[in-house]
Write a protein of this length. Structure first.
Length: 369
């Protein structure tokens, strides 16, 4: 069987946890299925440091599909041409979209978003299978797009193996490098609006005023823009807020595993994978009470109202002062993390691909392939 995959995954210019997860999944599948061929299609140059086995082909096309018109060109013209040329048996596409101009069976990877665009229902209806990351999002697609439940399969994400607990020596080394040797809260999400950043700083202020500790707050440098930097310049505890350059996956894993706790207040396309990374590192997580997070992590996470800086700060204080609470969260987190793995996710996705390939009848009852 020849499986073509559109690897233009939404959010690749953001933290990119979900993109990395699917790269790992496809690499795993290609290794586990040597009798099948995989054609990976992208509008961006393939990272040659990420090696795949010999049963894969990587195609890079132009122009970049970075707006509506170019995406339409890709899916109306370019994708059908590639599928025909390589005689694909299945087409897997990311980002709530597929091609309306091919007879090749299609499986859509529907990424979690806060809203579903109106035309997504047309693509969901056209595809043979839909894969999504949570039961919550599956229910959302069913309700908003009127798609049959049996057509949608949940494939939970998983954290990469590199995310694991750190020993005392490793934690001290990481803290010396990033936080002046001090313990720190690590903010691992995105900052969508200035008010998000202000609320985060207010929460940290609430913590600092009441604890009088040397605790630092670490933020990835790439989250910051001129407006946020200006807000930080007048912040009372600005010397305790450190902007760090997390240059690769190894560095991010070290920073996560060495944190006193990780904060993830504002959901984005990567937040399910990010939450599992934290639990797998054996680090407490304070997160937004989003249905998808609660579905995956249950009561192993301390939830807070992102619009209430005082509550966020109080949750930070609870973790700092209540060792029993912290220990319970860590133990629950470790147990939950064991339930998710790259192998499990890859095997479920492969079953979806196989199911897509044998679907020969469209909704009108006629033979479609």
């Amino acid at each position: 069987m020849i499986v073509a995959v559109n690897t233009n995954i939404p959010g690749e210019d953001l933290p990119g946890r979900m993109k990395k997860f699917f790269e790992d999944v496809y690499k795993f599948l290609a290794n586990q299925q040597p009798g099948h061929r995989f054609v990976f299609i992208s509008d961006n140059r393939h990272d040659k440091s990420f090696t795949f086995p010999s049963n894969t082909i990587h195609l890079t096309g132009k122009p970049r599909a970075n707006n509506f018109i170019l995406r339409k060109y890709w899916f109306d013209r370019k994708i059908p041409s590639i599928l025909k040329k390589y005689k694909a048996d299945v087409f897997v596409s990311h980002g709530n979209i597929c091609s309306m101009n091919t007879e090749v069976p299609q499986c859509i990877i529907a990424h979690q978003t806060e809203g579903i665009k109106k035309n997504a229902a047309n693509f969901f209806t056209r595809s043979e299978m839909i894969v999504t990351g949570t039961e919550f999002y599956k229910k959302t697609i069913i309700e908003k797009c009127r798609i049959a439940s049996e057509k949608i399969q949940v494939v939970y994400p998983a954290a990469a193996e590199i995310f694991k607990s750190a020993g005392i020596d490793q934690k001290e080394k990481t803290r010396e490098k990033y936080s002046d040797g001090k313990e720190y809260f690590y903010y691992a999400g995105t900052i969508q609006h200035e008010i998000n950043f202000i609320n985060l700083l207010k929460a940290f202020s609430h913590f600092k005023k009441r604890q009088q500790s040397n605790m630092k707050l670490l933020l990835p440098q790439k989250l910051m823009n001129a407006l946020l930097i200006k807000s930080l310049s007048t912040y009372r505890y600005r010397n305790d807020v450190l902007l760090i350059d997390v240059i690769n996956e190894n560095a991010r894993a070290d920073v996560t595993a060495s944190a006193y706790a990780v904060l993830y207040f504002f959901p984005d396309s990567d937040f399910t994978v990010s939450s599992l990374e934290v639990l797998q590192c054996g680090v407490p997580l304070i997160s937004v009470a989003h249905p998808s997070i609660e579905e995956l992590t249950g009561d192993a996470v301390l939830y807070a109202d992102v619009n209430d800086p005082k509550e966020l700060g109080e949750k930070m204080i609870r973790l700092y002062t209540d060792e029993d609470l912290s220990s319970k969260l860590l133990e629950k987190g470790k147990q939950i993390a064991l339930q998710f793995s790259l192998q499990r996710s890859a095997e479920l996705l492969w079953k979806c691909i196989l199911r897509t390939s044998i679907m020969k009848h469209g909704k009108d009852g006629k033979t479609a392939r």
